[in-house]
Design a protein around this ligand. Structure first.
Ligand SMILES: Cc1ncc(COP(=O)(O)O)c(C=O)c1O
Length: 413
């Protein structure tokens, strides 16, 4: 299937470099740690929802760097913000404050509709590490996390991650973590004893294959934490920053009914629109806060990263991208439901969708889509994940869905 050429001139960064994918991947293989499988594509530049590889081939990006590039690639607002900030001040250490760092903390609390305190870091794993340390500061030894969950790869975040295959090679992990069944309120309640300091939960489990719990689940978890005096820690690393059509998924009535008021929210991925930044935000008065010397990060609140994040908040609001994310989610569902029964279910909210296939051919679908100029990924053997930038145009989305439908049709038996 041939994609329309939506932007005829890829903006090459390096005019005189080798233009063969194989050459670059040989170099990748002999210089990078094989913690990731060897990639199939070498990307060089991008604009909006389009990216271009070293051979000049165009792709429509339905993955956005796994739910990171909320505003797509090289958005002028992000480019301007980081350029301006880099010209002013690139890094200062946490011995000094900066206007952008303070403005971003205020902006974040404003979008979380709450007073609170922000700790800035650089990734989702670090945001959850910080939250894990706050849970220890309650003086209680245990925390509850969910089966199938993903909270990051550092030892603490991995200890919270409910995926045995990722955990087992690194055991013994941090002790005290109990796993409840995601989506099952009774299972959560059964783990809530007086030693539990916090419950960690993703509103939608992205890495597990975009699993959306029953709408009353978060409210039930909140009731359980309130009853036992434990913190409710909501991991919005993947689901946050407008992706579901609300700023944060716990605020979205399609994800969680009732008023959810987390004690702690963790963020990263989309926060910086492609520039690394994470945050652990304490929202309740009763939750512990770090005192001076208890936690830190050299690059936390880096001014360039903070400037990028401010540009993301500003642009999503100014371009009214939240309703657009919600509406495009409906477009995706409608188009892919047309090919039932090869597609069993399209689950997700807004621009975080999991296409559940009838068999385990998600990897084959990913490979075919790549060949035909669409980036997405197999989150699990039978689930294709879509997390496009919020700025994707109707034409780009429609062309990419045509490719995906053909790939599913050919791959699923
Ligand atoms: C819900 C969730 N939490 C935490 C993380 C870890 O984030 P990072 O890779 O930035 O450490 C991820 C990454 O996929 C995630 O999806």
């Amino acid at each position: 299937m041939k994609l329309p050429n939506l932007s005829p001139i890829p903006p090459y960064a390096h005019k005189n470099m080798p233009r063969t994918t194989a050459t670059w991947l040989d170099r990748w293989d002999s210089s990078l740690m094989s913690s990731y499988a060897t990639p199939k594509v070498v990307l060089e530049s991008g604009r909006g929802a389009l990216v271009f590889d070293v051979e000049g081939k165009q792709y429509i990006d339905l993955l956005a760097g796994i739910a990171v590039n909320v505003l797509g690639h090289a958005h002028p607002a992000v480019v301007a913000a980081i350029t301006k900030q880099a010209n002013l001040l690139g890094h200062v250490s946490n011995l000094a404050a900066t206007p952008v760092g303070i403005e971003l903390a205020e902006c974040l609390l404003g979008h979380l509709n709450s007073d609170g305190r922000v700790f800035f870091c650089n990734s989702g794993a670090e945001a959850n590490e910080a939250a894990f340390k706050l849970a220890r500061l309650t003086g209680k030894e245990a925390v509850v996390s969910m089966s199938g969950s993903f909270h990051g790869r550092t030892m603490g975040a991995l200890s919270l991650t409910g995926q045995p295959a990722k955990r087992e090679p690194f055991e013994p992990l941090v002790p005290g973590v109990r796993f409840a069944e995601f989506g099952d309120a009774n299972s959560v309640s059964s783990h809530m004893t007086s030693e539990v300091g916090a419950v960690f939960v993703e509103p939608i489990q992205g890495e597990a294959g975009v699993v959306v719990p029953p709408r009353d689940f978060l409210a039930s978890v909140q009731r359980a934490t309130r009853a036992s005096g434990a913190l409710l820690v909501v991991d919005e690393v993947q689901s946050g920053m407008g992706r579901t059509g609300s700023w944060f998924a716990y605020q979205n009535p399609s994800v969680a009914e009732g008023e959810i008021a987390p004690d702690v929210v963790t963020l990263a991925k989309g926060l910086g629109g492609g520039i690394p930044i994470g945050a652990c935000v304490v929202l309740s008065d009763t939750a512990p806060r770090f005192s001076a010397g208890q936690h830190g990060s050299t690059f936390g609140a880096n001014p360039i990263a903070c400037a990028a994040a401010l540009a993301v908040f500003d642009t999503v609001d100014r371009e009214d991208l939240l309703p657009r994310a919600a509406a495009l989610g409906q477009t995706i569902k409608a188009r892919l439901n047309e090919i039932a029964p090869k597609v069993k279910e399209v689950r997700g909210v807004g621009l975080l969708q999991g296409v559940v296939l009838k068999d385990d051919s998600a990897k084959e679908v990913e490979t075919r889509c790549l060949a035909d100029g669409v980036l997405l990924n197999a989150a699990t053997p039978n689930v294709v994940r879509l997390a496009p930038p919020l700025v994707i145009s109707d034409g780009e989305l429609s062309a990419a869905l045509d490719v995906l439908v053909t790939a599913i049709d050919r791959s699923v038996k």
